[in-house]
Design a protein around this ligand. Structure first.
Ligand code: NAP
Ligand code: G4F
Length: 325
């Protein structure tokens, strides 16, 4: 049998890089979509650069997507590309809507025109639940987004469901709760904390400024979550799934664990900064992954303390290797 081809938008991001690793292990031909930039940043996929194909296209450009889907003939398309940092969505709301909302329908249109048998995964988000209507959140929980990012993701989710119902596409929306890793961007709170802990430990910094320490999140490991994405596209029928650990922690707990792992007392270093508070916060997120467990046989393998320790250790190692201490 010929190798299946997967096309990944957002391959240079955290999830794209883990998904590419995972699909290569399964002997897929992996085609990654990258947008043109004056300086390449392929650091997350450097280790697999010679095993994947990279193609230039942009979620803002309909023709580039039609051309790439038509030419590379994938059997699966994973749409992971997005402006993914919630605070930026208040300063660039129109761009966020273009990437994260209209971008999804551009990819769906490319599939519909090139080959409607292609299986499609949309990276939806627990941010859609926002001001949560029930605890824990499941597939049927109503949405109440609290940021332009969350609003755009609701459109992406709904248009995916709509194309499934209108055109009979095999289109799935994965409602993923926060997932992290050593490859997480340094602006997100987990990596911001673990990177700062490593810098403080090595004498490179003496303070960490944070916003809301009381926010609660359901944090998992990105390597576990890309497995769920793939499983969604291997079923008989397409559907939408919540992917989460079913466990919740505060930002304060994250901070305590990370500093403790490095033998430091967080109270000596953490400063709360009102400038880092959000105009409308998502106070609490807790997912119910029972449907994914039951239908996909999926469950997370890395616990929250393991995840935090993995990230602190990786940041320490990276800084030491770069000779930073
Ligand atoms: P990430 O690390 O920020 O990666 C985002 C990717 O999107 C990057 O590869 C980026 O490319 C690409 N991108 C952005 N705008 C683009 C455009 N106009 N055209 C083409 N590519 C573009 O995000 P992530 O954490 O891997 O998340 C992956 C997806 O899952 C996103 O859609 C995110 O919203 C969603 N999600 C994430 C989480 C989470 O906790 N991580 C939870 C739920 C949903 P550049 O390298 O060129 O910037
Ligand atoms: O790490 P965060 O920036 O992630 P957030 O906003 O939950 O969004 C992430 O998860 C979503 C899934 O629910 C994804 F869709 C989205 O793309 C992204 O991956 O913030 C987590 C919490 C927030 O409540 C924030 O207010 O941490 C709080 N926080 C406190 N101090 C901080 C900080 N967040 C950041 N980024 N920086 C701080 O200094």
């Amino acid at each position: 049998m010929a190798r299946p081809t997967a096309l990944i938008t957002g391959i240079t991001g955290q999830d794209g890089s883990y998904l590419a690793d995972f699909l290569l292990e399964k002997d897929y031909r992996v085609v990654g979509v990258v947008r043109r930039s004056s300086t390449e940043n392929f650091s997350r996929i450097e280790h697999i650069r010679d095993r994947i194909e990279l193609e230039q296209a942009d979620l803002l450009d309909q023709y580039s997507l039609i051309e790439i889907v038509g030419r590379t003939r994938p059997s699966e398309v994973y749409n992971l590309a997005a402006m993914s940092f919630v605070p930026t969505s208040w300063t660039q709301p129109v761009l966020t809507a273009e990437f994260d909302a209209v971008g999804v329908v551009r990819v769906l249109e490319a599939i519909r025109l090139a080959d409607p048998t292609i299986r499609f995964y949309q990276a939806s988000s627990s941010e859609m639940f926002g001001k949560v209507r029930e605890v824990p959140q499941r597939e049927s929980t109503p949405f109440h987004p609290r940021s332009p990012y969350g609003v755009a993701k609701v459109y992406g989710h709904c248009i995916t469901v709509n194309y499934r119902e209108s055109y009979d596409l095999y289109a799935c929306s994965g409602i993923l709760f926060n997932h992290e890793s050593p490859r997480r961007g340094k602006e997100f709170v987990t990596r911001k904390v673990t990177h700062a802990v490593a810098r403080i430990k090595l004498g490179l910094a003496s303070e960490l400024r944070l916003g809301n320490l009381d926010a609660r999140r359901d944090w998992g490991f990105a390597g576990d979550y890309v497995r769920a994405m793939w499983l969604m596209l291997q079923q008989k029928e397409p559907d939408d799934y919540v992917v989460a650990t079913g466990e919740q922690h505060t930002v304060r707990e994250l901070v305590e664990l990370a500093f403790e792992h490095a033998g430091l007392d967080w109270r000596e270093y953490v400063v709360q900064d009102p400038a880092l508070m959000r105009p409308a916060e998502v106070d609490t997120l807790l997912g119910d992954p029972s449907y994914a467990r039951q239908r996909l046989g999926w469950s997370p393998e890395v616990s929250f303390p393991e995840l935090v320790r993995m990230m602190v250790d990786s940041d320490l190692q990276q800084l030491r290797r770069s000779g930073a201490s």
